[in-house]
Design a binder for this molecule. Structure first.
Ligand SMILES: [Zn+2]
Length: 170
C-alpha cells in the first residue's frame, strides 16, 4: 500500500499492527463504533482513518474483487448509462447505482477522463436530485468500508466531507 504523508499518519501500520506501543481502545471508522484495546487495528494511509483488522481484511477482499472485475463493472455502467437520464424515482435509483458502481469498481478516474460514460457520470449530479444521490451513496459507504475508501481516494477528503454534510442534511 502506498504511503501517504499528507495526513502524517501512515507509519507502516505501526499503530497496533506491529505490536509496538501500548494498545488502547479506538474508534473504528468501518464499524462506526469503539473497539476495545484487544481488537487489532490498522491505519489506512489513503483515508487517514483507523479500522479494525477484520474490516481491513474485508476491505482488501472487496478491493481485489473489484479490481479483478473492472470489466464487469464497466459493462454495468455501459448498460445503465441511458437510465441515469430518466426523471423521477427510477432515474434516481439508476443514478445511485451508477455512481456506486463507478466507485465500487474503482472506475471513476477512468470514466471521468473521457469515453462513453463521462457525460452520464456528470448527469448523475445534474438531475435536480444530486443531494439524494449523494445521500444514498454515503449511506451505502457506511456499510462498506471499501466504498468509503474509494470515495475518499477519488474525491479527496474535503469533497468527501462535504458529501457527508450533504447526506446529513438530507
Ligand atoms: Zn471495526
Amino acid at each position: 500500500m502506498a504511503g501517504n504523508r499528507k495526513y502524517g499518519f501512515m507509519r507502516g501500520n505501526a499503530s497496533g499492527r506491529n505490536g509496538s506501543g501500548v494498545a488502547k481502545p479506538f474508534y473504528c471508522f468501518a464499524c462506526d463504533k469503539n473497539h476495545s484495546a484487544s481488537v487489532e487495528k490498522v491505519g489506512i494511509s489513503e483515508t487517514g482513518e483507523v479500522i479494525c483488522n477484520k474490516q481491513y481484511l474485508k476491505m482488501m477482499a472487496a478491493k481485489f474483487e473489484a479490481q479483478k472485475n473492472q470489466i464487469v463493472g464497466y459493462g454495468k455502467l455501459l448498460s445503465k448509462r441511458h437510465d441515469v437520464m430518466m426523471l423521477g424515482v427510477d432515474g434516481l435509483n439508476a443514478r445511485v447505482e451508477f455512481v456506486k458502481c463507478a466507485f465500487e469498481y474503482d472506475l471513476v478516474k477512468e470514466i471521468t477522463s473521457g469515453g462513453d460514460c463521462q457525460r452520464q457520470f456528470s448527469s448523475c449530479f445534474e438531475m435536480n436530485d444530486a443531494e439524494l444521490v449523494i445521500a444514498e451513496v454515503i449511506k451505502a459507504s457506511g456499510k462498506k468500508y471499501w466504498l468509503r475508501y474509494s470515495l475518499i481516494k477519488n474525491l479527496g477528503m474535503t469533497l468527501f466531507k462535504s458529501w457527508e454534510d450533504t447526506a446529513t442534511a438530507c
